[in-house]
Design a protein around this ligand. Structure first.
Ligand code: NAD
Length: 445
């Protein structure tokens, strides 16, 4: 099938590549000329496991092309995806300017019947706005071309995006007509071979499904962080509590890890946008507001543990801290809303210096913060320890799982570890003569 995709970010690039991988003829369109030029020269702008060789192979075979030429892209696609960003607006609602700009471009260039697919995460009712924007542009040029607007939310996880795209749990298709739904089913048939993953529904339900999924996952995290904060104060260990509840199949093991707060480009903005939608429709989003508030507070928790250990924020002045992990989660270079950003800022505000390392997010960190005297970029986890007083672990990369605690003890001036992801057993760390702080590990108080 001939497919066009607007947006070559995490979603657009991965979706386009996976569709090309199963034999579709894909054109990806982006307004970022440098990104497009890079992609045409084998420079992949994001880190996702398995993505680079797949892009290169499909590009070399001509099934995956990159362009800034929207008219060409629209002429190519019998199915045209919108996969551009929907960042939060100032009031927390989803900013639809990029989605609607693409819709207008489609309307200005549409020549033949087309299925327009909204893959960006957008509030309920956006398909109607996209339809209206396309129709207005068609009317303005006196053209009559039939088109459908379908909602097909994306559930891939950064860090496992290619795997998720090739083996989706479910493929949600929100369509108000059978023709468009059938077309998408044909498009996705190669990903739906061993059992039926299609969940076909009306457009508005599909739009809400994406927000409901992310809000549920964010709720689990905030719930567990609240339990962790209680555990810390009552002298319980949240890791024991986690094991005690995760074994109940009604609760399950996923997303009940306490930590330094959730980040990334999706949970924070989607929880806020859903709360905004609720308010706009007269529903008070009490639970969503609490999920967000708990998370905001949690992002400050590692710093609070450090301030407590040192006997007040003022005592952090002049200290140097090693920081392991900057990305919002492992296996990605994405720093959007990452907990590390809050921690670094708090440490700098308190007059401390940081020595940082992340396996993939160093360039992104440099882009965000630039060069500064109180920020040292290190070549590896071990190098961050040189001259450091204490260690913060912020992202649970596998390579941070088994450090040499004796070496940490020998190098860290104040012999203390703040573990924002509960990577370590307190007893192991303490046996090496280090002080240990985790999240919700009351026994470490
Ligand atoms: P991103 O910011 O990584 O990429 C967006 C891309 O769109 C950029 O390359 C930008 O240059 C391009 N763009 C902007 N305006 C354009 C236009 N008019 N024409 C062509 N290209 C244009 O975004 P992302 O992370 O891929 O997210 C895209 C959407 O998918 C968002 O709505 C997001 O909420 C949703 N989503 C993201 C994830 C994720 O894990 N990142 C998962 C599921 C859903």
């Amino acid at each position: 099938m001939q497919v066009s995709i607007f947006g070559t970010g995490y979603v657009g690039l991965v979706t386009g590549t996976c569709l090309a991988e199963v034999g579709h003829d894909v054109v990806c369109i982006d307004v970022d000329a440098a990104k497009v030029e890079g992609l045409n020269n084998g420079v992949i702008p994001i880190y996702e496991p398995g993505l680079t060789p797949m892009v290169k192979a499909n590009h070399a075979e001509g099934r995956l092309r990159f362009t800034t030429d929207a008219a060409m892209g629209i002429a190519h696609g019998e199915v045209v995806f919108i996969a551009v960003g929907t960042p939060p607006d100032e009031d927390g609602s989803a900013d639809l300017q990029y989605v609607l700009a693409v819709a207008k471009t489609i309307g200005r260039n549409l020549q033949r019947p087309t299925v327009v697919v909204d893959k960006s995460t957008v509030p309920v009712g956006t398909a109607d706005k996209v339809r209206a924007a396309i129709a207005a542009e068609l009317a303005a040029r006196g053209a009559e071309v039939s088109f459908d607007v379908v909602s097909n939310p994306e559930f891939l996880k950064e860090g496992a995006a290619v795997e998720d795209c090739m083996r989706p749990d479910r493929i949600v298709i929100g369509a108000d007509g059978a023709h468009a739904a059938e077309k998408l089913k044909r498009l996705y048939a190669p990903f739906n071979r061993n059992h039926d993953r299609f969940v076909v529904m009306d457009v508005r339900s599909a739009e809400l499904t994406k927000y409901a999924a992310n809000a549920m996952l964010a709720t689990k995290i905030s719930f567990m962080n609240e339990i962790a904060n209680i555990a810390e104060q009552v002298g319980a260990d949240v890791e024991n509590v986690r094991k005690g509840i995760g074994s109940d199949p009604r609760i399950g093991w996923h997303f009940i890890y306490p930590g330094a707060g959730y980040g990334g480009s999706c949970f924070p903005k989607d929880v806020q946008a859903l709360a905004k939608t609720a308010q706009q429709h007269g529903v008070q989003p009490r639970l969503l507001d609490a999920v967000e508030a708990v998370n905001e507070a949690q992002k400050a928790h590692l710093f609070e543990l450090a301030a407590r250990h040192y006997g007040g924020e003022a005592k952090l002045r002049g200290k140097t801290f090693a920081v392991w992990g900057l990305a919002f989660k492992p296996n990605t270079d994405d720093m959007r809303e990452a907990s590390s950003r809050r921690l670094l800022q708090q440490l700098w505000d308190a007059g401390a210096k940081v020595r940082v390392y992340d396996p993939e997010a160093m360039d992104e960190t440099r882009r965000i913060f630039g060069e500064r005297d109180d920020l040292a970029f290190c070549d590896g986890a071990a190098a961050t320890l040189d001259g450091a007083d204490a260690l913060f672990v912020v992202t649970e990369w596998k390579q941070f799982r088994s450090p040499d605690f004796a070496r940490l003890k020998a190098t860290l001036g104040d012999a203390v570890v703040f573990d924002g992801r509960n990577m370590y057993e307190p007893a192991d760390v303490e046996a090496a003569g280090l002080a240990y702080y985790g999240i919700g590990r009351g026994r470490s108080l």
